[in-house]
Ligand binder design. Structure first.
Ligand SMILES: [Cu+2]
Length: 168
């Protein structure tokens, strides 16, 4: 009886340490995705504006904001008609974001933060900062990427900050 209780404690400790290790390997930079794509954000573009990823292969999408303003990275199926207001865009992307139904998605910035979730609508990057999005694309097809932050009555998107995400 005592012996089996001890076994259970040992097992529990083992499981706890195994979970600890798994968590450590999910803090982002140690994660080791199989491929890496770097996208530079600036006023008002993503460079390159088209990125192609392989479905089922983990990838680090490294977002470098080399501009002077904050930018966000969003990916979603292009809507049939363009929305006018940034609020409508935001609502659309919240619902249709590419970053859902694909398991765990990591968003991390070296020495700053690492978070994970299963549904992410936007990744914000402050000027001069780099944020990495680690995920395994599921859905194949052509999607749009965009920054829908408002600026002077328009938006970064209407100023040209958009592009394509192709998943093969
Ligand atoms: Cu922007």
């Amino acid at each position: 009886m005592i012996r089996s209780a001890l076994m259970l404690v040992t097992l529990a400790l083992f499981v706890a340490s195994a979970v600890g290790q798994a968590a450590a390997s999910h803090t982002g930079l140690l994660f080791g995705a199989s491929s890496r794509v770097v996208i530079t954000m600036s006023e008002w573009k993503f460079s390159p504006s088209t990125i192609t990823l392989a479905a089922g292969e983990s990838v680090d999408v490294v977002l470098e904001n080399k501009g002077t303003q904050s930018h966000v990275f969003m990916a979603y199926p292009a809507p049939k008609t363009l929305y006018k207001g940034t609020g409508d865009w935001w609502a659309y992307v919240l619902e249709r974001t590419y970053f859902q139904d694909m398991g765990e998605i990591l968003v991390h910035s070296k020495g700053m933060f690492a978070i994970s979730g299963t549904r992410i609508a936007e990744v914000a990057v402050e000027p001069g900062k780099t944020v990495t999005l680690t995920f395994t694309p599921g859905r194949k097809g052509r999607f749009e990427i965009g920054c829908h932050l408002p600026t002077g009555g328009a938006s970064h998107y209407t100023a040209g900050m958009k592009g394509q995400l192709i998943v093969r």
